[in-house]
Design a binder for this molecule. Structure first.
Ligand code: ZN
Ligand code: ZN
Length: 140
């Protein structure tokens, strides 16, 4: 485990104990690419992982928690809100375990396909683009 690759685990340590618990905070930068243009990770990410040796495989389960800003598909505002994602993966027990891709996928899966800042978001006026949650405009 080095500072640059905090979610990479050597198998030697795991072989001795059979299980390994990781809890730490990682910088969001390596995970931002999964977000697409309408979403943004806005805080470091808390990662908790339990690795368990099972024959020639390693089970990796855990939680990923952070904060993101998702663009409302009606009004285009980006309110920040906490998110929580689950990791549940199996790795071959060879070399090392690199859980970064699993964390990336967990975040991608947790992202809603369409996001609304609130269920009754009024959206933007088609004519003047005013955010109608903030008040009416003169267009019907
Ligand atoms: Zn909205
Ligand atoms: Zn208007």
């Amino acid at each position: 485990m080095s500072a640059e690759q905090p979610l990479r685990f050597e198998l030697n340590a795991l072989r001795e104990t059979g299980t390994l618990h990781f809890a730490g905070t990682v910088e969001p930068e390596p995970y931002k690419e999964v977000m697409g243009p309408a979403a943004e990770l806005v805080s470091p990410i808390d990662v908790k992982l339990d690795l368990t040796m099972r024959g020639d495989e390693v089970d990796c389960v855990g939680d990923v928690n952070g904060k993101w800003a998702l663009e409302c598909c009606r009004c285009l505002e980006r309110p920040e809100q906490p998110f929580s994602a689950k990791v549940d993966a199996t790795f071959p027990a060879a070399g090392f375990i690199d859980a970064r891709e699993e964390v990336r996928q967990a975040i991608a899966l947790a992202m809603p396909y369409r996001f609304f800042c609130k269920p009754d978001c009024k959206g933007l006026c088609l004519t003047c683009k005013k955010n109608l949650n903030l008040g009416e405009c003169n267009h019907a």
